[in-house]
Design a protein around this ligand. Structure first.
Ligand code: SAH
Length: 241
């Protein structure tokens, strides 16, 4: 895990030997389960270390000062798949109170096994669709942080994530490519979901130099009751002008 340790350091995240051992265990479980459950197309250990683990940690950049100061926001990782970025964030910042949300039951079973194996506390795995969980008290308007990686277009991400945030809560979406253009296209979704977009955060870390960046938004009011729309709509018919 030396590439991860070095890369994390450039982000300002110091990982202990114990945390690096947890990443090792997570990697072994991911590659083992991947033979049976389709969790990732990345199957070489060095690539998992950089493209999954280090890449996941970059999602912490906008909240790093708060996390370092010992804040423990309630966070939800929407469409977490094999646990990205949620599980690496939890390993690096053990105080996070984390909900891992994943629609596919088999992936959720993997996540539960990892949580147990790594003895992670304050982690809840939900096998559900965002459209349904975001209607439930205890989840709607309740989180300080919502993350998403590879969940869909930015407008889809905003509709599926923002309903979980409390006013003042932050959406962090890991993206690639022309982030300004993405923001312009998704502007109607930001407005409908009452999220103010901040300036995109370019991410520069060794081994991840392919135009990655973060879209960060702050929720400024409660989510209108019509959002998220019924299951599948956010993806099929993203909010547009
Ligand atoms: N975030 C992970 C997985 C990305 S693939 C990563 O970056 O590696 C997208 C995942 O989101 C899939 O596992 C899919 O099952 C899940 N997903 C898609 N739509 C969803 C929804 N509406 N609610 C919950 N999970 C969803």
């Amino acid at each position: 895990m030396s590439a991860l340790a070095a890369g994390a350091r450039t982000l300002g995240v110091e990982l202990s030997a114990g945390q690096l051992a947890q990443f090792d265990q997570f990697q072994a479980a991911l590659l083992d389960w991947n033979a049976r459950v389709n969790l990732t197309s990345i199957t070489s250990a060095p690539e998992v270390e950089v493209k999954h683990f280090l890449d996941s940690l970059t999602a912490a950049v906008p909240v790093l000062a708060r996390l370092r100061a010992g804040e423990a926001p309630r966070a939800i990782d929407v469409g977490t798949g094999g646990g990205f970025p949620g599980i690496p964030l939890k390993i690096a910042f053990p105080r996070l109170k984390l909900t891992l949300l994943e629609a596919t039951g088999k992936k959720a079973r993997f996540l539960r096994a990892v949580v147990e194996m790594l003895q992670l506390s304050d982690v809840e795995v939900k096998a559900a669709r965002a459209e349904d969980l975001a209607r439930l008290p205890g989840h709607r308007d309740e989180y300080g942080l919502a993350t998403a990686r590879a969940l869909g277009s930015l407008a889809t991400v905003v509709e599926l994530c923002a309903p979980f945030l409390e006013p003042g809560g932050l959406l962090v979406a890991q993206r690639r490519g022309d982030l300004e253009a993405e923001l312009r296209r998704a502007a109607p979704a930001f407005s409908a979901l009452k999220v103010w977009a901040r300036a995109p955060v370019p991410i520069q870390v060794p081994g991840l130099a392919d135009g990655r960046g973060l879209i960060v938004g702050e929720k400024h009011g409660p989510t209108p009751s019509r959002y998220p729309r019924r299951s599948g709509m956010a993806r099929k018919d993203p909010i547009s002008a």
